[in-house]
Design a protein around this ligand. Structure first.
Ligand code: COA
Length: 161
């Protein structure tokens, strides 16, 4: 872990192509490689309508020339059949930043954004291993029934805003 301050903000793919690639690499390393998958084999154009938030660490020794590094991310996807909800997706914190409340701050940031644009609920499909994290953030299980997605157990969860 570097000694750095963290700033969470929206990332607009076309405006910051270099940071967008870093964001994809973070997702690949934290969410896909551990389950034997390749993010770059997926159709990422399906995410064109998503809103992306990144946590940037400033002045980190592992950072690029400007001293910034993407150390966390989360996306909000519009729900086709429910205009009052967002689906929270692609929640990831770099391994060397986990356990320092960065995940919690990213969820809070996404929640505040959702409220500001008038959404009433956030839904998500959480990995079984991450369910206790979402419960700490006051998400509730929609059902006790787990389901398999990307080869691993998940639970449907939601939070009324
Ligand atoms: C899950 C993840 C996003 C959590 O982010 P984080 O920054 O490590 O978590 P935080 O430090 O913000 O934790 C917030 C609270 O949740 C708890 N928590 C976090 N992960 C937990 C876990 N796996 N099991 C139990 N509790 C957990 C923390 O102890 C903390 O509790 P506290 O409020 O009592 O201190 C992160 O660990 C991660 O990226 N994991 C790998 C990818 C992943 O599973 N993503 C979710 C896919 S659905």
């Amino acid at each position: 872990m570097g000694s750095s301050s963290i700033k969470i903000r929206e990332l607009v793919k076309d405006a910051e192509p270099f940071l967008y690639q870093e964001f994809l690499l973070l997702r690949h390393h934290v969410l896909r490689l551990p389950i034997g998958m390749d993010l770059f084999a997926e159709d990422l154009t399906l995410e064109n309508d998503h809103i992306t938030f990144v946590a940037m660490s400033q002045n980190d020794v592992k950072g690029d020339a400007e001293g910034e590094r993407v150390v966390g991310c989360v996306m909000l996807a519009p729900c086709r059949d429910d205009t009052e909800s967002f689906q929270l997706r692609q929640m990831a914190v770099a391994t060397d930043y986990q356990g320092q409340r960065l995940g919690a701050k990213l969820v809070e940031f996404a929640e505040n954004y959702s409220k500001q644009v008038g959404k009433k609920k956030i839904i998500l499909n959480g990995r079984k291993t991450a369910v206790p994290f979402y419960q700490k953030m006051n998400f509730k299980l929609v059902s006790e029934q787990e389901f398999i997605m990307s080869g691993i157990p998940h639970f449907a969860m939601e939070k009324i805003l």
